[in-house]
Design a protein around this ligand. Structure first.
Ligand code: ZN
Length: 215
């Protein structure tokens, strides 16, 4: 994969009209999975449709290995209105995208269990199939709360899934709130990967495959 760089943000693009955006490295303390995501995306490149891949959405946070970036911001809180050169660079990079499905890889550093957020809602059959695939990897699915102390979250997770998260909004909390408001994304999935799990690469692959079924 030949990466390009724009205003400090490294990215890869296959084809001219991406249908899919793959991101990771939004929170710099969630850096463990970054090399895994790179290798899985590389492995899947030939079977993926036109897509954009941003391995480090917040390069300064990844460099520091901290949740906040070089300007002291958690870029995924108040993304729509943050005054921050890195946020502006990311907005500029995302802006040419139109109606893509976005997915982002995070790590919940507290629980070694898998769960994911969806701005929309999966059909029960599709969700069951995906849960089965995850269970086959012996990855536990989280049931319970995500981050009760985080006012932007505090969602109840059921068997690894939370639907209808966030809302399209100009000044929204999350990257996807802003991007959906402006028509760059149609839907967004945020995967919380238990990075210590030995099947982490296959789990990441399953997540991307799930996204492909939604295109
Ligand atoms: Zn995160």
């Amino acid at each position: 994969m030949k990466f390009q760089k724009r205003k400090g943000i490294t990215y890869f693009q296959k084809g001219k009209n991406p249908q899919l955006l793959i991101m990771s490295g939004t929170h710099g303390n969630e850096y463990h999975i970054l090399p895994t995501v790179v290798s899985v995306v590389q492995e899947m490149e030939s079977i993926l449709p036109s897509f954009m891949y941003i391995p480090e959405a917040s390069p300064s946070a990844v460099k520091q290995k901290t949740r906040v970036n070089g300007c002291g911001h958690d870029i995924n809180r108040g993304f729509g209105k943050l005054v921050d050169p890195e946020v502006l660079a990311l907005k500029e990079l995302i802006s040419p995208l139109s109606h893509v499905l976005g997915i982002s890889f995070h790590e919940d550093l507290e629980f070694q269990e898998f769960y994911f957020y969806d701005t929309h809602s999966l059909g029960s059959e599709q969700l069951d199939t995906f849960r089965k695939q995850v269970k086959e990897l012996k990855v536990p699915l989280r049931t319970g709360f995500d981050q009760p102390d985080d006012p932007a979250l505090s969602y109840a997770i059921k068997e690894g899934y939370i639907d209808f998260v966030g809302a399209a909004s100009k000044n929204g909390q999350f990257i996807e709130d802003w991007a959906m408001y402006h028509g760059h994304f149609t839907r967004f999935l945020t995967f919380e990967i238990p990075y210590k799990h030995e099947q982490v690469a296959l789990l990441v692959k399953n997540c991307i495959q799930l996204a492909l079924t939604l295109l």
